[in-house]
Write a protein that binds this ligand. Structure first.
Ligand code: SF4
Ligand code: SF4
Length: 90
């Protein structure tokens, strides 16, 4: 057991968007998150929660190639700046 915090080894993992065995995750999407810039305060909560890591920190841009439309970003956004819109193809 470590005696002090400096001696504890940490293991971190970083998620990166990637193509899955069923294609790009963006191809699964039924609802698309659309951000209203006038409501966004750049708090980065959506960036933290996105399970596909497809929201960029710079400008809070969503990479629709990998966004699977789960809606977590919209659910967690404190200012309700993200709306889930049904895709045209459905
Ligand atoms: S959670 Fe909402 S307010 Fe915060 S950065 Fe994302 S879109 Fe903007
Ligand atoms: S809907 Fe939002 S949280 Fe879900 S994958 Fe797309 S950008 Fe990420």
């Amino acid at each position: 057991m470590a005696d002090d915090i400096e001696s504890i080894e940490y293991v971190t993992s970083l998620s990166r968007p990637a193509k899955g065995c069923a294609g790009n995750t963006g191809e699964w999407r039924v609802f698309k998150p659309v951000k209203d810039d006038s409501k966004c305060n750049n708090c980065l909560i959506c960036w933290i929660y996105c399970p596909e890591a497809c929201i960029s920190k710079e400008g809070i841009n969503i990479d629709y190639q990998y966004c699977k439309g789960c809606g977590m970003c919209a659910e967690e956004c404190p200012t309700k700046a993200i709306e889930m819109i049904k895709e045209d193809k459905f």
